[in-house]
Design a protein around this ligand. Structure first.
Ligand SMILES: [Zn+2]
Length: 230
């Protein structure tokens, strides 16, 4: 038996064409129970995350951490460089291994979590070496970049349209952020204000403005697409 609409081969018990959903009815064929020709679910089911595998990955991360702790204690009698190793390993774990525990890791959550981990690590380095650059420089810069990237990821994930506007807006935001970076550098390290940040600001505003212009102007967008892809 074949579908009268699209012609695909059908099993005798099929009530609907699995391809085009046309109702199947053949008065001469008695409907009996046989296994369908096509699987019921079009997509294979996703496997849940494997605890054994993830536990093994965690163990592999812990081995160098434990070895560093033991050698630091043996050589120096207290924690010196161990904290840097442990922090770096922790950052790697959060970025690459932590999402494995989740069936569908959501980047809207994982991106800020990663920036939070980076901020904690930088705070540790700052206080371990008695620096005074964390609060006034590293924290606001990490938070600023994290905020821009989280905004970008969130908007592109939940709004399916207007990507040119979203990217354009974020690029301009990044340019404006450069001014803040220069100001924080001046504030933290006591260097004089040169105004170098205006150059990346202008470049980013032009680039972001071009993306937004392409979003507004359909014919310009089509010309660009033709130039870039054909
Ligand atoms: Zn069909």
């Amino acid at each position: 038996m074949y579908c009268i609409n699209c012609g695909v081969r059908l099993c005798d018990t099929e009530k609907k064409c699995p391809l085009c959903n046309t109702v199947v009815y053949h008065p001469d064929i008695k409907q009996k129970d046989v296994t369908p020709l096509y699987p019921v679910n079009k997509y294979p089911k996703q496997k849940p995350p494997s605890r054994t595998f993830n536990g093994a990955v965690l163990f592999l991360f812990l081995i160098p951490v434990i070895i560093s702790f033991i050698s630091d204690m043996k050589v120096n009698g207290r924690v010196t460089w161990f904290g840097f190793v442990a922090g770096a390993m922790g950052l790697f774990y959060v970025a690459f291994a932590l999402p494995l525990w989740f069936q569908k890791p959501n980047p809207v959550i994982f991106v800020p979590v990663n920036f939070g981990a980076i901020a904690i690590y930088l705070a540790y380095i700052n206080f371990a070496i008695n620096g005074d650059w964390f609060i006034s420089f590293a924290l606001p810069v990490t938070a600023g970049i994290g905020l821009i990237i989280t905004t970008l990821v969130t908007l592109t994930r939940y709004i399916k349209k207007g990507w040119l506007y979203i990217f354009g807006g974020c690029v301009i935001g990044f340019g404006a952020f450069m001014l803040l970076v220069e100001w924080l550098l001046v504030l933290t390290f006591g260097i004089s204000f040169y105004g170098w940040s205006f150059y990346p600001l202008v470049a980013f505003v032009l680039l972001g403005g071009m993306l937004i212009y392409l979003g507004i102007n359909k014919s310009a967008r089509e010309i660009m697409e033709r130039k870039l892809f054909f």
